[in-house]
Write a protein that binds this ligand. Sequence first.
Ligand SMILES: [Zn+2]
Length: 309
Amino acid sequence: MIKVVKDFDYPPAILLKKGCLEHIKKATEEKNGRIYSSNNYGHADVLKQLKDEIYHGKCSYCESKSEHVAALQVEHFRPKKELKKEKQGDESHNGYYWLGYEWSNLLLGCPKCNGKGGKSTRFPISGKRVYDGSPFDSSGEIDSFDRTRLIATNSPLIDEKPLLLNPEYDEPGDHLEFDNLGQIKGITERGDATIKICKLNRDALYMERQKVLDPFVNEIKRLIYAFEIKKIDIEGLRYLVEGVFDAIVMRTKPEEEYSLWGRYIFKKFEYCVLSRINSVYHEPIREAFKLYCNRLPVEEKNFLEFQTS
Ligand SMILES: [Zn+2]
């Protein structure tokens, strides 16, 4: 999960059409989030904006590009239907029935993160639970529609303090880190909760992250072998290993799958990559990496430092 930029003030026009406002009105009156139509919240314009402009074709939670096997879906961060109870004795909650078409509540989920075994209708919080809401004033008239009452970063929703991280306003790198094999770890309560809710260490996903790191390690080992059999000299090794550094930097870009992991590999190069190389070669490769980092443009350096610290 990486932080993305979404302008909450400019929702796709379809979400504000009269028909949609009428749905919201009905859902609010009946306290029923089941009446929303996926033809609207999952409309091609909404999907296109989320997929192409905000999430780069990746799941909001696990950063997988799963389109070749299963379509990414527009999902409700706060479930529109009845919430699943986290433990016995939890108070029942009708779902956030007033947020079915709210732009700040629409993310992009893969079936694994968002489906039955994953997030589904779970929404644990550590703050004050909001049970009711409406974008209309007490008259209930459509003309009184006021979106500011729906936006996730406004009170009262923000005061719920959701445990699940939201890539549209949280900085996931402050809550999540990895081990040197790609196992994701929480460094805060919210990080832990997010991993648990979306099962971010499921086997297949963990293996995909390993597939990001392994080629870097293998390529360095191949270069070391070339040095040992005297196909290249030490200068050649220092020079050619920069191709690996370039490849790691590529994996930090927001368009890439698992870019939070890519950023972590770059930031913790010693721990993730060097630790898997014959220690005899640590010094020249560490030096080459340092020189490489010093030559990076300032913006890139700042970006990588900021995103992964
Ligand atoms: Zn996912």
